[in-house]
Design a protein around this ligand. Structure first.
Ligand code: ATP
Length: 373
């Protein structure tokens, strides 16, 4: 099913929310491209739900404007906005069957012939065989799909999802993530999804806004955020970051050269914050799966040009798809290394002296003044 909606982007300009002396959301500019799957990601209390509720009209902004396309909807009540919300508590009508729950939005608008549209929705959420079931006869995931169908039946311009998978167990949540992504692709409506689960945001969203303390710390495609975090918060919130304290020694060319643990490391200039490019003490990071390990005796076989630091294995655990090592390094940090496809008899054992090496292109440089989590 392709939606013909051409409502435009969701644009927040200077949006903020204060409760008395407390600022839940600092003035924020954010554009959600039309037709995208957009995630607001952050820990509890970071302001993501408040931001979502301001888009819905459920919360009045203290400052700023909410645009849907070119239309300023800031002063419109929720029911007058072309927006619908799916909550974690599915809020289905318990006495109505699935069909009537989905038809509700159409009937309320006085539409009599609902069958074609409801059938289309039942097919979209793959519940055609459950039309006559009551909500209590459905699993959590099925109930959630009814809630999504009910919210989509009036073809909103934007669907807001507030931790919609929070009540589901892990396996079902993973299934529903893919399912919601499929539904969004099929209907082409803008989805804005609030979650504290970084894997969920990364799996589903085209773009993720990482929020912290009422501010967006970084906005980008999941892979960009993961590969090229701009703050220590983002680096640590999205996976394991391996931050190493370092000192800048050269900033001239396309790379920044730093010293860490007695060795030199190269950091691509475009993966450094402005503060790193001005020199001084910095943090450099590399993701655990980008690092390879060699016995110290074999260090001569490591290709030229790779970043390298020495270390000693302190822990190793085989977890099926990879072996995870913890390595103590003169670079000062307990570095995590995930190596895949390692035969068990070639595993490095605790105490082994090793060299950690990686493609310099995978290194990022962050401002050391930022606090670590
Ligand atoms: P969670 O995942 O726990 O819902 P969140 O990131 O969605 O967290 P918000 O619900 O947006 O966070 O809340 C942001 C901050 O604003 C929190 O510290 C919260 O306590 C505070 N807050 C929210 N609503 C109110 C209110 N009505 N009055 C006072 N403070 C509020």
């Amino acid at each position: 099913m392709t939606d013909t909606n051409t409502g435009g982007d969701v644009r927040l300009t200077g949006i903020s929310k204060t409760y008395g002396a407390f600022t839940a959301v600092h003035p924020l500019d954010l554009t959600v491209p039309q037709g995208s799957f957009f995630a607001l990601l952050g820990a509890s209390g970071c302001g993501k739900t408040t931001t979502l509720r301001m888009i819905a009209g459920l919360e009045e902004p203290t400052t700023g404007t909410v645009f849907l396309g070119d239309r300023d909807v800031t002063d419109l009540p929720p029911y007058k906005r072309p927006v619908n919300t799916v909550f974690q508590s599915y809020a289905l009508f318990p006495h109505m069957d699935v069909y009537e729950n989905i038809a509700f939005g159409l009937r309320r608008r006085g539409i009599k012939s609902v069958k074609k549209q409801v059938d289309e929705m039942l097919e979209l959420v793959q519940l055609g065989d459950k039309a006559k079931h009551k909500p209590h006869q459905l699993s959590g995931g099925q109930q959630q799909r009814v809630a999504v169908a009910r919210a989509l039946i009036n073809h909103p311009q934007v669907l807001l999802l507030d931790e919609p998978l929070g009540a589901l167990d892990l396996k079902l949540r993973r299934q529903m993530q893919l399912e919601l992504k499929r539904i969004q692709t099929e209907v082409g409506i803008t989805f804005v999804h609030v979650t504290h689960d970084q894997e969920e945001a990364m799996t589903m969203a085209d773009q993720v806004a990482v929020m912290n303390g009422g501010r967006v710390e970084q906005l980008g495609a999941p892979a960009d955020l993961y590969e090229n975090p701009r703050t220590t918060f983002v680096a640590n919130f999205l996976g394991t970051s391996n931050l190493i304290e370092a000192e800048v020694v050269e900033t001239g060319g396309t790379e920044v050269l730093v010293t860490a643990g007695g060795g030199k490391l190269r950091v691509p200039g475009d993966r450094c914050t402005d503060a790193v490019r001005t020199g001084g003490k910095v943090l450099v990071g590399v993701r655990p799966e980008k690092i390879s390990l060699a016995h110290a005796d074999d260090a001569g076989q490591i290709a030229d040009g790779r970043n390298r630091v020495t270390g000693r294995i302190v822990d190793s655990s085989f977890i099926g798809v990879s072996t995870q090592y913890v390595v103590n390094s003169p670079a000062g940090a307990e570095l995590q290394v995930y190596e895949q496809n390692i035969e068990r008899d070639t595993r490095l054992v605790p105490g082994a002296e090793v060299v950690l090496h990686w493609n310099a292109a995978h290194t990022f440089g962050l401002d050391a003044a930022q606090s670590l989590l």
